[in-house]
Design a protein. Structure first.
Length: 227
């Protein structure tokens, strides 16, 4: 980008914009309990940055010892979505991460198109953002419900952004902001600029080693291309 203002910025949600305080994990646990009579620990086989469909499938396989059928997977996703909004609203650990409330209006005011690129199912993404009133900033997105592959869902976000903008976006001026090496890999896989934010489980050094084009300690730090 070499100092140019971005045309669009795509944000991850969990660990980048908000911390839900474990609402997602508790929702998956209750979904399994309601369907199969016992809770599960999704942290056993999942990593930060995985898409919701991958989380559901891997946890089912570990718990049931086989792959889920299409209807079983659909029931599990619906059970998760049915309880997630309440867990988000009641979560004592829910918080908007540093710099978010200041950065989003600054980017919007500068004419930068704002979107999401997240492994969350679309309904889950909006539930997580809704408590803090953050949905209003995002005109489009790519979601775990679009693809279980983060590169592909990031490409979907880019295409939707171009439909909103009514023109092709310069990939050198489209930033993908996330807190994990998987976010960095997705940005580069889609041919976009990766901004790593050490706001959750990964350090600046880990994000730099993953190849992030820019690394920030938090979104309160000076943002690339924003004067």
């Amino acid at each position: 980008m070499a100092g140019e203002a971005p045309e669009a910025v795509l944000f991850d949600i969990d660990g980048t914009l908000v911390d839900t305080g474990g609402a997602g994990a508790r929702s998956w646990a209750l979904a399994f309990e309601r369907l199969y009579g016992h809770a599960v620990d999704i942290g056993v086989l999942t990593d930060a940055g995985m898409t919701d469909p991958v989380v559901a499938r891997r946890t089912f396989e570990r718990d049931q010892g086989r792959e889920p059928g299409a209807r079983e997977l659909a029931r599990l996703v619906h059970a998760y979505l049915s309880v997630l909004p309440d867990f988000v609203e009641r979560s004592e650990g829910y918080r908007v991460l540093d710099g978010v409330d200041e950065l989003l209006p600054r980017l919007a005011g500068a004419g930068v198109l704002l979107g999401l690129t997240t492994g969350a199912i679309e309904a889950a993404a909006h539930a997580k953002l809704g408590r803090a009133g953050l949905n209003r900033w995002f005109a489009f997105g790519g979601y775990g419900s679009d693809s279980s592959d983060r590169v592909e869902l990031t490409r979907r976000a880019l295409l939707r952004g171009e439909r909103v903008a009514h023109h092709r976006l310069d990939p050198r001026r489209v930033l993908v902001v996330g807190d994990t090496p998987l976010d960095v890999a997705a940005a580069h896989g889609a041919g976009l600029v990766a901004v790593g934010v050490a706001s959750h489980h990964h350090t600046r050094e880990q994000l730099a080693e993953a190849g992030a084009d820019h690394v920030l300690g938090s979104l309160a730090e000076p943002f690339p291309g924003l004067v």
